[in-house]
Structures are given as structure tokens and as C-alpha cells.
Design a binder for this molecule. Structure first.
Ligand SMILES: [Zn+2]
Ligand SMILES: [Zn+2]
Length: 268
């Protein structure tokens, strides 16, 4: 087995992807994957409304059709990447009770209702103040473990902000990062390794290596591996590096999910 699965992927049901589900599935089969999970964006009250919602009637039609068509070749699963903001929590809960997702990622794409992408969140903030405030927003999102499975791209904030150097020091934010990791572990939730950092010009995946090692040291076991591909060509990008990093950090297993229940799979 070369790669096991890709647990973070987007299709044209996400506002920032044009990839039809079927092309993603075909590429996943070419790669020899056992499983492919779609995690399209739902970001209620996001700065750019194209991420707000998915036409789930249409989505489910396409999803069930590809799942059935390729069921002998690959297990296709329905996940979602939800952009958490405290004031939209009732809408998130409504969505999660209405639809039967196999896997739920929570991500922080905005903090204090300010956008990272346009820079609004960073206005008037020193780098470390911005990073700290971002992690304080993450803390608010992880208090209801029943709602999600893994936390997405935990140090995502380093991608943005107009700073000379985009380096996040674990040590400078150790207290709050540890609190996040310990809360996730205590609640039976996990983190993901998201390999898209490389594609954004960073020298690391999300989260960076010292945070992954710290997670392991604190007793973290649940971890999924995802590319955050928005097109077929990015599926499983840099997964060999991710698997190597995990092995070196002491992990033997990665996770798969079905009906929101985790299963441990040996790292290929
Ligand atoms: Zn994301
Ligand atoms: Zn994503």
C-alpha cells in the first residue's frame, strides 16, 4: 500500500474549487487509495459568501452517484470542513444533526469575525499578538467535542499576515497550544496533518513539526492525513513526507473515520 487515503479534499461544491467529484475519485483510484473523503467548505457568515453553504440536495445526488459507481474500487466518504465561529454554532449544530457525515473537520478561517485572507484580522497587531489571539479563537471552538473529529490545519494563521518572517514559535505560544492539544486529547478528538503548507510556500506542513511532536508527547494518538487538494493533481501531495514525519515522531497509526467513529490504520 503506497498511500492509504486522503482525509482533506475539496470539490466544486467548495467555492474555491472547480474539481468535479468524479475526477477526484478517478485520481484517487489511480493513486491506489483505499478511501477518499470529501471535506467541502461550510463557512457560515464568512467574509466571502461563496464559502457560506453547499446545495446539499445537489451534493448528495452527486456524492451517492460516485460512491456507488466506484464502490468496487474505493470507499468514498462524506466529510465536511466547517469554519467555526462561536456566533454560528447553532447553525453548525443544525447542519450536523441534519446530515450524516462520516467525518467532520473544524477549522478556524476567521477570528473575532475578522478575515485572515484580506488582512483585516492582522490590522494593528504585532505578529505574536495576532497568533496568540488566533489560538484563543481556536480554544473557543473545541469545547463541544461531540460536534467534530479533528481540528484542521492547526497553525493555519502563519500563512497570512504581512509580516517579514512568517514563523510561529511553539515556545512563545506553548501554554495555549498545549491547552488546545490537551483539550483535544481529553475529548477524544484529534488533529490532522495537512500537507498544503508546502503548496503555500511554507517550509512545513500544518501543523509544524514541533507541534506534532508535542501532541504525541502529551498522549495524542488520533491523527488524519490530508492534502487539502482543491484539484485532482494535488491529492496525496507530499504524503510520503507526512508519513515519514509521523513515524519519526513516534506514531504507528493514522486514523480513518466512518459514521464519525475513528479506526486506527497502520501508517503505510
Ligand atoms: Zn481550511
Ligand atoms: Zn480545506
Amino acid at each position: 500500500m503506497r498511500y492509504f487515503a486522503d482525509y482533506h479534499t475539496h470539490t466544486n461544491f467548495s467555492g474555491d474549487s472547480e474539481a468535479p467529484m468524479e475526477l477526484m475519485v478517478k485520481r484517487a483510484i489511480e493513486l491506489g487509495l483505499s478511501e477518499l473523503v470529501f471535506t467541502d467548505h461550510v463557512d457560515y457568515d464568512y467574509a466571502d459568501p461563496v464559502f457560506e453553504n453547499i446545495d446539499f440536495d445537489d451534493y448528495l445526488k452527486h456524492y451517492h452517484s460516485v460512491k456507488e459507481k466506484y464502490r468496487r474500487d474505493i470507499k468514498v466518504l462524506m466529510g465536511v470542513e466547517i469554519g467555526f465561529q462561536p456566533h454560528v454554532e447553532p447553525r453548525i449544530e443544525q447542519l450536523l444533526s441534519r446530515l450524516n457525515f462520516d467525518f467532520v473537520i473544524y477549522s478556524t478561517h476567521m477570528a473575532d469575525q475578522l478575515d485572515f485572507y484580506t488582512g483585516a484580522f492582522f490590522d494593528g497587531k504585532e505578529r505574536n499578538t495576532a497568533y496568540q489571539r488566533y489560538f484563543e479563537n481556536v480554544i473557543q471552538s473545541i469545547n463541544k467535542p461531540a460536534n467534530f473529529n479533528v481540528y484542521g490545519h492547526l497553525d493555519f494563521i502563519v500563512r497570512y499576515g504581512d509580516y517579514d518572517s512568517k514563523v510561529l514559535s511553539y515556545l512563545e505560544h506553548a501554554e495555549i497550544i498545549d491547552k488546545i492539544l490537551q483539550t483535544l486529547i481529553y475529548n477524544g478528538c484529534g488533529i490532522e496533518i495537512n500537507t498544503s503548507g508546502y503548496r503555500y510556500g511554507l517550509s512545513h506542513m500544518h501543523p509544524q513539526e514541533d507541534i506534532i511532536r508535542r501532541y504525541k508527547k502529551l498522549g495524542g494518538e488520533i491523527i488524519t492525513v490530508g492534502s487539502d487538494a482543491h484539484r485532482p493533481g494535488d491529492l496525496c501531495a507530499d504524503f510520503n513526507d507526512a508519513y515519514t514525519l509521523l513515524r519519526e515522531a513516534g506514531f504507528k497509526y493514522i486514523n480513518a473515520y466512518e459514521q464519525r467513529k475513528p479506526r486506527f490504520v497502520k501508517i503505510p
